[in-house]
Design a protein around this ligand. Structure first.
Ligand code: ADE
Ligand code: ZN
Length: 331
């Protein structure tokens, strides 16, 4: 089974590129940029990754990214991740990135786009990895700031595969960003949003009804609302679920308590993803392995999950067909 899970062509639809920053690279970049870290060693960084909720993680996540300053840093961050993902049998990566968090530190959007763009082209060329780019708005910042970012991103509208919504969910409902997402819709940019990670099922409804998203990131708290589950099934809405993230951020106590099996039984379209692999103790393969160990799913279930990810990905139809073929060969 382990060999099968590794060979399975996995498309990752929910990943924050800043959340792939391993402590080793954090130290290397801190050294290169002359930045002092509040840790003595790589082990001390890892030891600090003991989270009680989403906010306690976000505090370290925003602190960790302070070492990213130049286009080369963003390139190295992304390439480091693409190489690891490729080694785990990942064939397509959709990366969220958080421009407002960088802007707040004086790092311009152009710098981030240049570094990520170089890495994406290199990954395609050297690893055969396809990628997509999702520009995320920070929901705990004002909607006006998000609108400003969307306008500033005008030179890149054509290169964005989607816009997303992330950061601290509680108290920041999707409705706050209705106009920003409406503007993105008019520009022809697809939309996704985190909803129902820590926030209530009502936020999932709002994301669908007010932000017109084509996928929900996380969405696991839909399980509390049977009518919503029925709606998600009827409308074929895809949830990008992140099992190990949900355990580490205490959305569920243990993976055994995760609603994944119930959501699958209810006929929802689900994908498995890593979210912030450097912080949550594992990448795509670890998430697939953990689900196998905990739920004992058959190969067919994993093929279904991998197939849904290929169906729901932002990629060319040629690429989609090639990956569906690769998946069929794997079975
Ligand atoms: N930003 C990075 N990881 C996140 C998560 N799991 N939820 C919300 N915002 C995030
Ligand atoms: Zn996320």
């Amino acid at each position: 089974m382990d060999d099968f899970l590794k060979r399975l062509p996995k498309a990752e639809l929910h990943l924050h590129i800043e959340g792939t920053l391993e402590p080793e690279l954090m130290f290397a970049l801190a050294g290169r940029n002359g930045i002092a870290l509040p840790y003595d060693s790589v082990e001390a960084v890892r030891a600090a990754y003991d989270f009680s909720d989403l906010q306690s993680f976000l505090d370290l996540y925003y602190q960790g990214m302070s070492v990213l300053r130049t286009a080369e840093d963003f390139h190295d961050l992304a390439m480091d991740y693409f190489r690891r993902a490729h080694g785990e049998g990942v064939v397509h990566v959709e990366l969220h990135f958080d421009p407002q968090a960088h802007q707040a530190r004086g790092i311009e959007l152009e710098t981030v786009m240049e570094g990520l763009g170089q890495a994406r082209r290199q990954a395609e060329r050297e690893l055969g990895l396809s990628t997509a780019l999702i520009m995320a708005f920070l929901r705990d910042r004002p909607a006006e700031e998000a609108m400003g970012l969307l306008e500033r991103a005008a030179p890149y509208w054509e290169t964005l595969d989607a816009v997303g919504l992330d950061s601290a969910e509680r108290g920041h409902p999707p409705s706050k960003f209705r106009e920003v997402f409406e503007r993105a819709r008019l520009l022809g940019i697809p939309r996704v949003a985190h909803a129902g990670e820590e926030g209530p099922p009502a936020y999932i409804r709002e994301a669908l009804d007010l932000l017109d998203v084509c996928r929900i990131d996380h969405g696991v708290r839909c399980i509390e609302d049977p009518k919503l589950v029925a709606r998600l099934r009827d409308e074929g809405v895809v949830l990008t679920v992140c099992p190990l993230s949900n355990v580490r951020l205490r959305v569920v106590e243990r993976l055994e308590d995760h609603p994944l099996p119930q959501l699958l039984d209810a006929g929802l379209r689900l994908t498995l993803n890593s979210d912030d692999p450097a912080y949550f103790g594992g990448g795509m393969l670890d998430n697939f392995r953990a689900c196998y160990r905990t739920f004992g799913w058959s190969k067919e279930v994993f093929i279904q999950l991998a197939g849904t990810a290929i169906e729901a990905a932002f990629m060319s139809e040629t690429r989609r067909l090639a990956l569906h073929r690769q998946l069929a060969d794997c079975a």
